[in-house]
Write a protein of this length. Structure first.
Length: 399
């Protein structure tokens, strides 16, 4: 482990420090290597010159060396040397003069090449491949370069961008699917009442002039036509609400628990009269107030309570808890409970009797879930151990 730590530190150095390190090592190695070349060149050159030296005169000169006189191997003239010796002597001169320059340039090029190979090649290739994949809208990949240098940060940001694109694509596909659901629901659910209206119109136009139907039958047909028009009106209003969910702005305000309890009591009184169920309302308030959108909270509460009264048998229990950070509305009924997963129940147009009644188009839970999430909370669907459904809407505090 002790040997691995320095390598990790070097690998995670910044780009600037890494290129400085590579260049410093290259220059040091170049100087050492060029010094070795010069030394070898001097020896080779002197060995060549020795072949053309008067040995007796040289040794006499060596014997007479003093403090002010040194004997060196003299350089022979070019016409005295063979062609090969002359070439080698000139090459040694070149190496002694220019080896430091040539080796330094070669070392610098090697340092740059190693720097690119070890520091830049892999992240650049990964980013290039990632760019091609994103251009083809293939986002099921990951960038695996994990160094902590500038290129690592760039790859991390690119990976984060890829993840955000995946989430954006999911949101886009979800929006497209919801729009498809809307179009399918409009086409399906408006066809039925329109067919009924068309049929009654044809019957009235055919039989009313010839008085083959009496006044009571005609009034009954017109009454049924009014009912079908009411169904279409309800459905159009439902579509209007659904299309405005994403664009609806949150209006924050201090919520008085007394006002919230009064509003819920008013809705409960109507539901009790309509469905004939009993209810229990429990409200607990904390010392600190809660800020939120009262209209959205009331709309979610109405959806949850309507479902509970519709599917419950005898009694519905509503518990409201408030705090500084969140507000909870828990609605419990004594019906059969949920038989499907929460994700499916909170889909748009989920319902058991969509063909029979447009008053319950199957978007109550869907709208409630979206409003809870938009309000910084969530919608929890559970089954009570003693039977019945339990739905809890949680709203987060908004400024």
């Amino acid at each position: 482990m002790g040997d691995g730590i320095p390598m990790d530190e070097i690998r995670n150095l910044s780009v600037r420090k890494t290129i400085l390190l590579y260049m410093a090592v290259a220059l040091i190695c170049s100087f050492v290597f060029s010094a070795m070349i010069v030394r070898i060149a001097v020896r080779v050159q002197q060995s060549i010159w020795w072949n053309y030296v008067d040995e007796e005169a040289y040794y006499k000169a060596r014997e007479s060396e003093g403090d002010n006189y040194r004997a060196y191997i003299p350089r022979p003239y070019g016409d005295e040397m063979s062609q090969s010796d002359y070439f080698m002597s000139e090459l040694c001169d070149f190496l002694q003069t220019y080896s430091i320059l040539v080796v330094s340039m070669a070392g610098s090029c090697a340092a740059v090449w190693l720097f690119y190979k070890n520091k830049l090649k892999r992240p650049i290739e990964e980013l290039e491949q990632a760019s091609k994949m994103i251009a083809k809208n293939h986002l099921d990949f990951h960038i695996t370069y994990d160094n902590k240098d500038e290129m690592g940060v760039l790859c991390m940001e690119f990976e984060r961008m890829r993840g955000q694109l995946v989430r954006n694509n999911r949101t886009l596909w979800r929006t497209i699917e919801e729009e498809k659901i809307l179009r399918a629901a409009i086409a399906h659910d408006l066809r039925s009442p329109l067919s009924v209206l068309k049929g009654y119109q044809e019957m009235l136009m055919e039989y009313l002039p010839s008085e083959e139907i009496d006044k009571e039958q005609a009034v009954e047909m017109l009454s049924e036509c009014g009912h079908q028009i009411e169904r279409m009106d309800t459905f159009v209003e439902t579509m209007r609400k659904l299309n405005s969910l994403e664009s609806r702005r949150m209006i924050s305000g201090e919520i008085s628990m007394g006002q919230l309890e009064t509003e819920i009591q008013a809705m409960l009184a109507v539901l009790e009269k309509e469905y004939g169920r009993q209810y229990i309302l429990q409200v607990s308030e904390s010392e600190k107030g809660f800020c939120g959108d009262l209209e959205i909270i009331l709309e979610v509460a109405e959806n949850l309570m309507s479902n509970a009264f519709r599917y419950g048998k005898q009694q519905v229990v509503i518990m409201v808890k408030t705090g500084y950070l969140e507000l909870q509305i828990c609605v419990r009924d004594d019906g059969e409970g949920f038989r499907e997963e929460a994700e499916k129940i909170t889909e748009a147009f989920h319902g058991k009797n969509m063909k029979d009644s447009l008053k319950h188009a199957g978007i109550g839970m869907y709208i409630s879930r979206l409003y809870c999430e938009k309000h910084g909370g969530r919608l929890i669907l559970e089954n009570d151990e003693q039977g019945g459904a339990v739905v809890t809407a949680i709203f987060g505090r908004i400024a």
